[in-house]
Write a protein that binds this ligand. Sequence first.
Ligand code: ATP
Length: 459
Amino acid sequence: MISFDELAAFCKRRGFVYSSAEIYGGLAGFWDFGPLGAELKNNIKQLWWKTHVQDREDIVGIDGSIITNPGVWQASGHVESFVDVAAKCRKCGQLMKAEEKKCVKCGSKELEILDKKNLMFKTTVGQDTLSYLRPETAQLIFTNFKLVTDNARMKLPFGIAQIGKAFRNEISPRDFLFRSREFEQMEIEYFTMPKDNTCPFIEEVKGIKLNILADGMKKEEEMTIAQALKEKFIKNEWHAYWLGFEYKWFIDLGANPDNFRIRQHAKDELAHYSSDCWDLEYNFPTGWKEIEGIADRSDYDLQAHMKASKKDLSLHDETSNKKIIPYVVAEPSLGVERAFLVFMFDAFDDDKKRGNIVLHFNPKLAPVQVAVFPLVNKLDEKSREVYKLLKDKFICFYDKSGSIGRRYARQDEIGTPVCVTIDFDSLKNDDVTIRDRETTEQKRVKIKELEKEIRNIFK
Ligand code: ATP
């Protein structure tokens, strides 16, 4: 696997990601997405939204504001507890979180422990009202819980999802996009009856095999979700369901299963609101790191907001005819940028035989799905006809400059699954050459069959 720095250099060269406002020297922890990066990021978000919201009857989405009433962050515990203790390396001066224990730059264990630091960015609303940029999207789901439940007529169990920006004034942003100060989260709060352990969807994930590292285990072991439940590594069916579902989302989009594991938090690692938490981890060039946290938050947040706002956020349970406060049995929380890194690392291949880099993106993720080339400029008119035909169906790119070999290589480097070339025979026979990125095989296809042939390659 290439390093974070090498990936960052590649991403800059090909227009995926730039350091923010680079002409001013950038700003640590902030990144701008270029033309291809914006497409890839949008594809990730759209695919997540489709599988987690649009394709499900039990989840609805919201889009909350970034700055909200500061009372939200008081009630949630973030003003008080969303802190990291900073440490400074006595040898090289590098800043980091004290919990990292040794210098992230030079490895020295001689660290000077500094003050606690709240990670929320402060801002002023109007003339003098202090507020914060949200450090997570989750809280807006809780504050809108009652309205959404009523409007969407949701019945337990159900989830509320959100994709949006979050901001954390990290002590030491690093590893390219991995630890940034501005990033996006894709989150769900999944509500069930209190202490409900029965998931009606569990059969869908029971057969999934993955690497599991439960608290107390020395090394991860490969097992099925069914086994993990049976041996009580995972105690709650709902938690098991969401771990399996989230893992499968990555694998279905072409990520490499060997680079994944799920890890249970040790008791002393749990966040202030959480009674059990598992992370979906990825084996980055710097080792296993969290890409998604799946916490059990019980009724901590709804209770906290009820107390602070003095509003009733309970639901009426028809069976018992009583008021209940639902539990958040799982809160899958995935960073868009960390998903972006996973797909990039797994797709990246410096193909020595071809003499160029190939990104093996799943076609659904690829920033460009089909590239259309006229063999020579004279064929521009016919080629644009083909381009127009495909443009409504796929994300297309038209390129008429350079040799065909050079154009193929350029598309390999950005992960385009299919290239379509129009030559002089195309004028006579109404056909084109299509080239498959994975095999480099080329074949002649009638224009009227083109969409079907491309969809075949995408399968
Ligand atoms: P870490 O331990 O890496 O700081 P965390 O446990 O604080 O992460 P959560 O609060 O669980 O993270 O946030 C949920 C998800 O949001 C993470 O799994 C990650 O994908 C993303 N995320 C959190 N902090 C950052 C960050 N600074 N930069 C990019 N993504 C982040």
